[in-house]
Write a protein that binds this ligand. Sequence first.
Ligand code: G3P
Ligand code: MG
Length: 342
Amino acid sequence: SLRRAYSSLSAIAPPPLAFAFDIDGVLLRGEDVLPTAKRALRTLEGDNPFKKKIPYILLTNGGGVSEEERCKKLSSQLGVTITQTQYIQAHTIIKKSAHNYANKPVLVLGGKLDKVRKVAESYGFKKAYTTLDILAWNPAVWPFYDISQGERETAKTPISAIFVFHDPRNWALDVQVICDVILSGGIIGGPPVRFDERSDNQQSVELIFCNPDLVWRSNFERPRLGQGAFKEAFHAVFYALTGSTYPHVQYGKPTEPTYAFAQDVLTHELESLYGIKSPLRNIYMVGDNPESDIAGANAANWSSILVRTGVYSADQGPPTHTPHYHAENVGEAVWWAIEREY
Ligand code: G3P
Ligand code: MG
């Protein structure tokens, strides 16, 4: 009946469902591909009784490299072609606002720093600097040591924003540099600027985090500290220094901007597959972290499926955010959703 129902439908309408897959703890654990991941994606690529592609995207709080580089690696790991239009990582959403900072110096943190600078430049940032640039700085060398003589004057332009793109590798250096930039109004070594959240002084340096994950699942037996833990460390140090909490912007799952961005991408994916702009009837988020994947999907009125191959495990008791379904793994999650829709 499933085949008959779908084949009659598939002639006149695209599949009414689409998927958003988390990566770490759902498809991968570190470098290891989880057992049912390849089969699950092949099913959506058309290897199913209906012989029809079902739209899907990958929606991760990971990052640190270009979307192009990560898609190439994911395609070879997962055995299907992952295109950049199907891939959203923690800082992809920043592409939309990079033009606002085109000629302003910004600090970008996280991952392998030469790579993260290249990602920022690919988004349109013209003066993206890393904490290693700041570290290289000394009275004889400007913070932006690769700056040309003609641009030397602009080096005195304050850093206008700090973007934590990916998980920082050297928390001590990065917390130190973020505090230096904020407490000098953007010019390290400049006159100190007092920040007091109780006064009405404008924060002169924006602070943007792209991934709130306190923990995530790699191939170690227990979840690992993520960018959300780094954010807690920064705020604790800044509070100890100033008695204030510095305001910040948060992107990444479960935030509303990231899920709205993902919904747009999926709608375009449906249009590119089937040439129609109809609103998606049901989006299934398959995730391993109740605080990011399930919380965000539920808030976005998607259907949420929590798998047992990542951060969440039953010995923690019930998840903090209730999924529509609990699956052992991503393979079971995909078939449960398809059968639920037909
Ligand atoms: O750094 C990546 C980690 O925070 C989580 O990644 O794929 O589970 O959203 P993911
Ligand atoms: Mg995950």
